[in-house]
Design a protein around this ligand. Sequence first.
Ligand code: ASP
Length: 322
Amino acid sequence: MKRLALALAAFAVAGSALAEYPEKPVTIVVPFAAGGPTDKVARDLAEALRKPLGGTIVIENVGGAGGTLGATKVAKAAPDGYTLLLHHIGMATSPALYRTLQYKTLDDFEYLGLINEVPMTLIGKTALTANSYADLTKWLEANRGKINLANAGLGSASHLCGLLFQQSVKIDMTTVPYKGTAPAMTDLLGGQVDLMCDQTTNTTSQIESGKVKAFAVTTSKRLTTPALAKLPTLDESGLKGFNVSIWHGLYAPKGTPKAVLDKVNAALKTALKDAEFDKREQALGAVIVTDGRVNPAEHKKFVEAEINKWGPVIKAAGQYAD
Ligand code: ASP
């Protein structure tokens, strides 16, 4: 029944407003809180998309449940091109984490292209006595059972990174979930939580201004962004093979007319070449995708590979939510 309704809605759109699309504001749903890393990417991308797409773009933050609430909203939205989703690696981690996900990641969305890849950093509140990763390992040992680790909920990038970190150092920590890492950062700055693993798009300026302590980057290679270049990798710090880099992609509800999808994909490709967008991304340690994954089919293939990559890791950790 739902499929029939979707097909009819798509048909109605294809027959009418297609030539003028977009003739009203396009909403990009960000499945995390405003001011956080996913939100920042979406707002910068919206700026770069405005001209090639030709119209107003509105960002709507639908945070909660590790990004699955926002993704559900878009999966169930009218497939008319006016509701899009900008999501990260959570698209690939949530199928293994949630027993009752309200959507099928590979079936309920149209894939529009990958946007960027973003490294993560392990950061802590300034009150921590540790000043280096070596100090931190001692502090972790001495504080077993008392350590708080903030994240953006099960399925978020910060959750995945924190999960791998706890497994690697073999120390369980109390995870504190937020609707996004913007509110988590506020609590880290206020000293209410001890540690967080988060995208450089959220942590770079706080590291630069000394408002948080930075211990390491999560990628296998050191970063070149000036504020982050001196940070060691977790791999070189003893956690061999630790390598987490997250990505963002753009999606539409399944059944969105092909002509609309083609227009958004073409606008996305132009936006990804926007010099101002590139400059902003680079300054925050993010790298814009320029390979074939900016195409829908390869984007989808990549997400499928990521589901297959992270699923077993998450299942091995015994993490589930309903
Ligand atoms: N950085 C968050 C995460 O851990 C999401 C966000 O707030 O953008 O997934």
